[in-house]
Design a protein around this ligand. Structure first.
Ligand SMILES: Cc1cc2nc3c(=O)[nH]c(=O)nc-3n(C[C@H](O)[C@H](O)[C@H](O)COP(=O)(O)OP(=O)(O)OC[C@H]3O[C@@H](n4cnc5c(N)ncnc54)[C@H](O)[C@@H]3O)c2cc1C
Ligand code: SF4
Length: 609
């Protein structure tokens, strides 16, 4: 039987970073990964790029084949229905409404971080405490506590952004003289077009009653740009490419397939961090952790995992770090019946419900080039208005109507259905696709204990483990945020002279839809699952402390967006990475404390007098 210093459960962004940090300190780390290691074609796994190219549907999980023993919620599992409850969910993640939770995740080596878009903004200082605005839960730490870890995460993920722009137009108090590792990703043609038409124009938020000045602001990206020679006190930064190898020439080429796969490896994935693991870190894939083990005092001692044939193995360690994604971390704690003194395990599930609006500009938009979004509007994230409606970031969508209606093939199919053929078809498709654009409004959803992950009472996966069951709804604050977002969109479309094609129909395509104050809205999930093992300053009301340590079990940590008390107004992964790095330092300090020999006192036999 082997014993490790640390077992990390899950090799996604969070788990890979924690293992990296601890490995560098010489710790023996075992990473148990439920999914297959797709970088291992010797074991029959197709190369993700080939799998993506040959996949009939280019959805977020197209490069990977789920194994039934470690399945995940696929995009096609959730469909809309005409009658109540309005949606049907099949597959790994089951749901009982009242509204659908619209996000998926992946269980392969590297996790969801293989297929993410790579947008990496920081949270705003005010995001850490929204209680003064009358909603949400306060974080037990503030922006300043996380700031050095943000910088460390930006180095690990390789972030490209303009510090001055983030300071002046996104409201971030970046330390004086700070520069990001890489210069910003260039603005898209659409960004520049929007900036020329919209910068400085006022729109009214009818819910909050405010006027907000529009301004196109570049988004920080975890994808390679041009290194900034001023970085790290003038030492500069060397971008990393495939497998985390230094690659000074690696940069985003704009090939527009970041979801699900970057062919040039310019986008950060956890495989890059794994490529830099020290030899003291061992990855074992196809190992589905089914239970965390504790001793009689409640201290974590190890885990039990299942191979795909169902056989069980037990491994022991001084510390166990759960990094299996917000939904699966909660499922594991529930399966283990641990850490639930507060009754909050699985509760407070959050996402960014995304309102999509789409249309046609009179001229070419440059659609389907570059990352999914390169810039956005940040002015609706802040201020007293967030007390009256949920705040939101607006992303300018570079990929035409792909997220809202499907890729350009959908347009071709529709036109064929109308009988267009030959030159007429070619002209119609060209005219439509070249003028497409979309806006993506990511609405903050605050923690609500009623939104939760539980274990399904009957449905089991092939290993005999209860499947996760989600209960989910959007409260009035979020719905008012969605209404404000749509009203802002209407004004932006009018200022642009755009033809608005937004329509949340048919029902089958919009499982997430509802009526609010007499208007119909549709939403999608952002993939930003958060809150299921929420962080706080009391074991009575939270699952983990500010270091992501489970209150009830020394040696047990739960890292990832599941710890976040709010999903805030930024895409969450950079914050999650900063938290994970901070927690890795804590794990190391806790292990060092345990290892320290007892102090010799004069009473100790053999101690010098
Ligand atoms: C399409 C899409 C686009 C996104 N774009 C962005 C973006 O632009 N910006 C942003 O900030 N966020 C984005 N996100 C969110 C981002 O991907 C997640 O926040 C992040 O990947 C979560 O990392 P994680 O390590 O917690 O979980 P994951 O990446 O999901 O990793 C968890 C790992 O644990 C493994 N695992 C699960 N169960 C077990 C078990 N029982 N035993 C062992 N291993 C297990 C899984 O196989 C997986 O490898 C996006 C998400 C999606 C779906
Ligand atoms: S736009 Fe292309 S090159 Fe750039 S990160 Fe996305 S997939 Fe990679």
């Amino acid at each position: 039987m082997s014993r490790y210093d640390v077992i990390v459960v899950g090799a996604g962004v969070a788990g890979s970073l924690v293992a990296h940090r601890l490995g560098r300190r010489g710790r023996r780390v075992l990473v148990l990964e439920a999914g297959v290691d797709a970088a291992d074609p010797g074991r029959g796994e197709p190369d993700p790029f080939t799998a993506y190219l040959t996949a009939p549907v280019k959805g977020p999980d197209a490069p990977y084949r789920p194994h039934p023993a470690a399945s995940w919620p696929a995009m096609t599992d959730l469909t809309g229905t005409a009658g109540p409850p309005g949606f049907r969910m099949t597959g790994h993640l089951l749901q009982n409404g009242p509204l659908p939770y619209g996000s998926g995740y992946l269980r392969v080596n590297g996790g969801t971080g293989n297929v993410w878009t790579g947008l990496a903004p920081r949270m705003l200082p005010e995001d850490f405490d929204t209680e003064p605005f009358g909603y949400g839960r306060r974080w037990p730490i503030g922006y300043d506590d996380l700031e050095p870890h943000y910088r460390a995460a930006e180095a690990e993920l390789g972030v490209a952004a303009d510090a001055d722009e983030q300071r002046e137009h996104a409201g971030l108090p970046l330390p004086g003289g700070y520069v990001f590792p890489m210069r910003p990703i260039p603005a898209s043609h659409l960004d520049r077009l929007f900036a020329a038409r919209l910068d400085g124009r006022l729109v009214t938020d009818p819910v909050a009653g405010d006027e907000v000045a529009l301004r196109v602001v570049g988004t920080p990206h975890a994808r390679n740009g041009v290194p900034d020679p001023r970085y790290d006190g003038g030492r500069g930064y060397v971008p990393r490419g495939r497998g985390g190898r230094p690659d000074p020439d690696s940069r985003c080429l704009g090939s527009a397939s970041c979801i699900p796969h970057c062919p040039t490896h310019a986008k950060y994935t956890p495989l890059r961090t794994q490529g830099r693991w020290s030899p003291s870190v061992t990855l074992r894939d196809r190992c589905v952790v089914s239970r965390v083990l504790v001793d009689g005092t409640g201290r974590a001692t190890g885990v039990e995992y299942r191979a795909y044939d169902g056989s069980a193995t037990v491994v022991h360690a001084d510390a166990v770090v759960l990094a299996a994604h917000a939904v699966e971390n909660a499922r594991l704690l529930l399966l283990s019946r641990l850490a639930d003194r507060s009754g909050q395990v699985g509760r407070n599930l959050m996402d960014h419900p995304v309102v999509l609006t789409w249309g046609l500009l009179p001229e070419a938009t440059g659609a389907y080039r570059g990352p999914g979004s390169t810039s956005g509007f940040e002015g609706f994230r802040t201020g007293p208005a967030r007390g009256r409606r949920a705040p939101f970031r607006i992303e300018i969508g570079n990929w035409g109507w792909a997220w809202a209606r499907g890729p350009a093939g959908t347009d071709v199919a529709e036109m064929l259905g109308r009988g267009l053929l030959g030159d007429e078809l070619r002209r119609a498709v060209t005219d439509r696709v070249r003028r497409q654009f979309a806006l993506q409004f990511e609405i903050e959803q605050s923690a609500d204990p009623a939104n939760r992950v539980t274990l399904h009472p009957r449905e089991r996966d092939p290993l005999g483990l209860p499947r996760p069951l989600v209960t989910y709804d959007l409260d009035t604050h979020v719905r008012d945020g969605i209404a404000a977002a749509k009203a802002v969109s209407d004004q932006i479309f009018a200022l642009l002279g755009a033809e608005d094609r937004t329509a949340y129909t048919p029902d089958a395509a919009w499982p997430g839809r509802f009526e609010h104050r007499g208007r119909r809205y549709g939403y999608r999930g952002a993939g930003h699952a958060a809150g299921t093992h929420i962080m706080g300053d009391s074991p009575a009301t939270s699952v983990v402390d500010s270091w992501q340590r489970c209150w009830d079990h020394p040696g047990l940590y739960a890292v990832g967006c599941g710890s976040m008390p709010s999903v805030a107004t930024a895409n969450p992964t950079l914050t999650m990475a900063a938290l994970a790095l901070r927690s890795a330092d804590r794990v190391e300090a806790d292990l060092a404390d345990r290892d320290r020999p007892a102090a010799l006192t004069p009473d100790t036999p053999g101690a010098p007098a």
